[in-house]
Each structure stands twice: as structure tokens, then as C-alpha cells.
Ligand binder design. Structure first.
Ligand code: NAP
Length: 340
């Protein structure tokens, strides 16, 4: 009798702990994601929501939220320059994934306010709210003195690390549908001009990472993967020159172009000013890619990903082969999140 009651009790306990068939085990952790509407953020949001995390996204009041269509999330309206909105956003979130940034070249004051001071405020508030994990996505390489946007990201990294023990990832340039890199280059190459301008000599080393791979790394880290504290590099599987990248795009499109190299000094003497005056943020972003070393010394992406990284050739083939979708993800050239 005693054994029968004991068995019955055990079965009841086990069945109470086992979720019904088909039901997912929902992680209870709440994650605040900033920059969720952006090129990387929308991918991270989708992955985290699919994994069952309770997701809160910091979105600016006027943000285009269509990139988040179909993603289950709680919007937290706010702005990195508005501390009150950040305080409300971090409340109750043990994990913060901070991707929001002014990525287009805008006046230095605006870059400092958003990327440096905004990140500092968010990190301080997260520390005050006792957040357990704060992930910051920074840039890989040593940006040139004129690359103000990238430099402000590194200054933001310092500000965050002063506020709390953050997990920092420094990423190589990411490419994929909707990017600020391959899409504008593909558009230029497609235009069919015989000649294509190229910034610098094209010999800088880079290690482009497929955007979905980068998002997976960040989602794994946010989900409590193996990354904890410190700064780690994330990059693609191949070290190539920036000219190799350009060649790969031309090869995939099957176009032959004569490259005209515009020396960096010419740009510094007037080219950047002209691009700014003409509102060519796309040109300035590309210049930051073409004249900067962005190869990793110790790539952490394979550890987080646990599978082979996507090569440039595979990624570009996917971009060009996406059935029914524009390889630019529906974005106009140079558009991105350029609004201040
Ligand atoms: N893409 C890369 O190759 C790469 C490489 C290394 C590091 N990163 C870093 O990764 C992060 C995401 O890059 P991304 O390419 O996805 O950039 P992105 O497409 O330009 O997205 C930027 C995001 O930040 C938001 N944002 C901008 N200003 C804001 C403000 N004042 N307050 C709140 N949100 C604001 C934007 O919101 P709206 O939709 O309202 O504009 C958007 O969601 C950035 O920190 C970037 O520096 C990117």
C-alpha cells in the first residue's frame, strides 16, 4: 500500500513538472533591447522572441517599426538622449542588449550625446536597477581620426565599462540584406558604369561577418551563453582585403568595372566635406569601411555560434538569390537609420 501511494505521488509530481506536449519552456528572463529597429537589432529581436524571452524594445516615438512586424515585444518609447525614458525602459530587465547608436556621420555633438552620453546614462541606470548582464556592441579596429561615428562608439564603450562590468563585443563590418555596406556597393556596381570609384588603396584587412551570424552570437550571449565580462571580437571566417570584398561583389554580379582609387588625402582635403554637404552618409560610411583595419586577432564568433560562420561568397550568394526580395532589404541606398 505504502509503495503504491508513493508511486502515485511520484507520478503526480513528475507530471506537474513536465510541460504539456508541444508547449515550449518559456525563459522567464526579461531583456531590454535597444536599437531593435536597426539592421542588426531587428535580427536579434526576432531570435530572442523566437526563443521565448520576454522582450522589451526601446523605440523612438517616430521610429519605423515595420522591421519588427511579427515579433512579440513590449515597446518602451524613448530615446538615448532622454534619461527618464531610459530609466523606465531598464526597470525590471535583468539583461540589457544595447545596440542603439547614431551610426551615420552626423555632427560630433550629436554623436557624443547619443553614442557616448546616452550609452553612459543607460549603463548607469541599468547598474542602479541591478541588471545582471549588459551587452554592448562596439566596433572592431582602430578607426581613423576622421571616422567620428566609429570613434564615438569606442568612447561609448569606455563610458559603459566605467558604469558597470559590461560584456563588450567588437564586431567587424556586418553584411546582409538591408546593410550599409554590401547593398550600396551592389547598387553602385549594378548601375552599369564602366568606372567605379574606390576609396583608398584597398589593401586594409577586413573580416566581414554575415549579419545573421552576428545576431545569433548576440542572442546566444544574451541568453546566458558563454560570454561574460570583458571585450571580445566578433568577425567572419575569412581575413580578406577590402578590395577582395569589392571584387567578390562584382564577381557575384558578373560585372567588370575599372576601379578608380581616390587617395585618402584627397578625401581629407575636401572629399568628406563635399560628401557631407551633399548629404551622402552612404559615401562616408563606405569610406570608414575602406580605410580601416577591421580584422580580428581572436575571433570569438565561432565559440558563440557553435557552427561554421557564413563566408562572404555564401552570404553574397544568399543576398542575390533571395527570391522575391530586393537584396537591399527594401531600403534605399544609404538610407539606414540615418535620421538624427
Ligand atoms: N552594422 C555593422 O556592420 C556594425 C558593426 C560593428 C558594430 N555595430 C554596432 O551595432 C549597433 C547596431 O548597428 P546597425 O548597423 O544595426 O545600426 P542601424 O541600422 O543604424 O540602427 C541603429 C539603431 O539605433 C537606433 N537609434 C539611433 N539613435 C537613437 C537614439 N537617439 N535613441 C534611441 N535609439 C536610437 C535606431 O532607431 P531608429 O529606427 O529610430 O532610427 C536603430 O534602431 C550599433 O551600435 C553599431 O555601432 C554595427
Amino acid at each position: 500500500m505504502f509503495i503504491r501511494v508513493h508511486l502515485w505521488l511520484m507520478i503526480r509530481v513528475v507530471s506537474a513538472l513536465t510541460p504539456p506536449e508541444g508547449a515550449a519552456i518559456i525563459p522567464a528572463m526579461k531583456i531590454l533591447l535597444t536599437g531593435a529597429t536597426g539592421f542588426i537589432g531587428r535580427r536579434v529581436a526576432r531570435l530572442l522572441a523566437a526563443r521565448g524571452f520576454e522582450l522589451r524594445c526601446l523605440v523612438r516615438p517616430g521610429s519605423d517599426r515595420t522591421p519588427l512586424a511579427g515579433v512579440e515585444y513590449e515597446p518602451a518609447e524613448g530615446d538615448l538622449t532622454d534619461a527618464k525614458s531610459l530609466e523606465a525602459a531598464v526597470d525590471g530587465c535583468p539583461t540589457v542588449v544595447h545596440l542603439a547608436a547614431q551610426t551615420s556621420p552626423v555632427p560630433a555633438g550629436r554623436l557624443a550625446a547619443v553614442n557616448v552620453e546616452g550609452s553612459r546614462t543607460l549603463a548607469r541606470l541599468a547598474a542602479k536597477a541591478k541588471a545582471e548582464r549588459f551587452i554592448y556592441l562596439s566596433v572592431l579596429g582602430k578607426p581613423r581620426p576622421w571616422a567620428a561615428a566609429a570613434r564615438s562608439k569606442l568612447a561609448g564603450e569606455l563610458a559603459v565599462r566605467e558604469a558597470l562590468p559590461a560584456t563588450v563585443f567588437r564586431s567587424a563590418p556586418a553584411f546582409g540584406p538591408g546593410d550599409h555596406l554590401a547593398c550600396p556597393l551592389l547598387a553602385r556596381l549594378r548601375r552599369g558604369w564602366f568606372v567605379s570609384t574606390f576609396t583608398g588603396q584597398g589593401t586594409w584587412k577586413t573580416q566581414p561577418i554575415w549579419a545573421d551570424d552576428l545576431a545569433e552570437c548576440l542572442a546566444a550571449a544574451a541568453a546566458g551563453g558563454r560570454a561574460e565580462g570583458g571585450a571580445r571580437e566578433l568577425a567572419g571566417p575569412e581575413v580578406i582585403t577590402v578590395i577582395d570584398f569589392w571584387d567578390e561583389l562584382a564577381r557575384a554580379l558578373g560585372v567588370a568595372r575599372v576601379r578608380v582609387h581616390v587617395p585618402e588625402t584627397v578625401l581629407r582635403l575636401g572629399g568628406f566635406g563635399l560628401a557631407r554637404a551633399l548629404g551622402r552618409a552612404d559615401y562616408l560610411r563606405l569610406a570608414e569601411f575602406f580605410i580601416c583595419q577591421t580584422a580580428a586577432e581572436n575571433n570569438h564568433a565561432p565559440v558563440l555560434l557553435g557552427r561554421p560562420l557564413t563566408t562572404v561568397r555564401e552570404g553574397v550568394a544568399r543576398m542575390l538569390g533571395t527570391a522575391g526580395a530586393a537584396p537591399d532589404g527594401g531600403r534605399k541606398e544609404g538610407q539606414g537609420s540615418a535620421r538624427p
